[in-house]
Design a binder for this molecule. Structure first.
Ligand SMILES: [Zn+2]
Length: 64
């Protein structure tokens, strides 16, 4: 089951939410100060898109 981490915009409280549907993010509230629309925290483990662009660096230097 997908568990996402959120950070409150108001008090910077971080909390994990078991998200059953994509629309759950709209109704989430901070468990500490009850502020709505918490910021989604993207895990470092899932951000592997940086190494993907290593192939494009070759074509950018083609100035002959
Ligand atoms: Zn809060």
């Amino acid at each position: 089951m997908p568990i996402y981490e959120y950070e409150c915009r108001e008090c910077k409280e971080r909390f994990e939410v078991l998200q059953l549907s994509k629309n759950d993010g709209d109704t989430l509230r901070c468990p500490k100060c009850q502020a709505d629309k918490p910021q989604r925290v993207v895990s470092l483990f899932s951000s592997g898109s940086i190494n993907k662009s290593s192939n494009t660096s070759c074509s950018s230097t083609g100035s002959t």
